[in-house]
Design a protein around this ligand. Sequence first.
Ligand code: TRP
Length: 455
Amino acid sequence: MTTNKRATFGSKLGVILATVGCAVGLGNIWRFPYMVGANGGAAFILIYLVCILLLGIPVMITEFFIGRHSHRNAAGAFKVMAPGTKWSFIGYNGVLGAFLILGFYSVVSGWTLEYILQACTGSLAGKSAAEFTAEFETFSSGIFRPILWTALFIGMTHVIIMSGVKKGIERASKVMMPVLFLILCALCVRSVTLPDASEGLRFLLQPDFSKIRSSVVLSAMGQAFFSLSIGMGCLITYSSYFGKHTNLQTTAIQVTLLDTLVAVLAGIMIFPAVFSFGIAPTAGPELVFITLPNVFEQMPLGNLWSLVFFVLLALAALTSTISLHEVATAYMHEEWQMTRSRAAVYVSLGVLFFGSISSLSMGVLSEYTIGGLNFFDLLDYITAKIMLPLGGMLICLFVGQRVDKKILKAELTNEGTIPFYFFNTYAFFMKYLWPIAIGIIFLNELGLLRWLTGE
Ligand code: TRP
């Protein structure tokens, strides 16, 4: 299938699963529930779904267009399509974003390994909700243990990145994704049948519109970008490995649907349990880690369930860390004429550095804050709420303003062989509506709108 010297994914299913593997990860199962909890429940979910539908799918299609059309990495793509211009800033934003996201993502991924170990040794059994919370706090604020797990996780990512696109990424995703899905369904059933589960379901389903503020809208948009892996060229890099027969439109829609389904299932798995065990929904990053052990505790063979769950969560995280690592590795390899293995080593070391600081910021470095955020939260804030929306806005602008509509249409319809029904609407939105909409939400939340209008 390979027509040029770059690798391509081997099959249609491989394309979908690898891209779903990139999109589905801690963003769905860890970050989505904690954002829902922190932003008041159902109203947040509603705005999130609107963002997914109106912004997520079109931006994903656009990233696919850029990647497959240019066959290059996130920054190189813009050098090919708009030589000598500043548009490659989008790619640099993405490469930097990959380091920063991995800086906190690898820490949370490391936590999943700790829980795998605890499930194996049986030490998750027989504890109360308060004990689970206290133990998580002691563990995550420690020095060596969380950093070691983070390092191990980066090491695993590194090994897969070195074994190449097809063997590593594609094969891993094919098996893991379907199994993860089944486990989630089983845990949802357990959660909604716990005592007082209905309160959690109400939190998820009954929107309280008085809770909607611009910060909630920006959080929902940031979460949509984060969960779909859009706005930083990750999907540009992945789609540069797509073959010429891949249907970019249906792939984007399928990936988005699966990603959203997993997030919603994660919500149904977590919140009934949160209310049933009296855990605060606003607990933050630890929400999933303090809630789920309680759920397993209530199940026959609880240890086995927790083991299987955390193994799958770690694997889902792994397919996402691989995608982030690949963005930076492909960029350094192709643009800096470095061997792939050397590029990968630099990326892993850089991520280990950021990861260690953000892990320590949960404990010994917790006093060092910027705007009230420790380093971990700061990385999360800068990437999800600034870099991804900014990247998304620029991607829309680039395609709307700079790309010839005929080329865009030819690529998205595989040279006219498949239809694109709303092409003109899509092109119009890319050109005007989305850049303006994202820009306003963004300026408003950062307080810049008030500053600009002098109020
Ligand atoms: N989407 C992944 C998740 O939900 C994380 C991720 C992978 C990502 N690649 C990305 C986020 C690129 C933003 C940009 O876990």
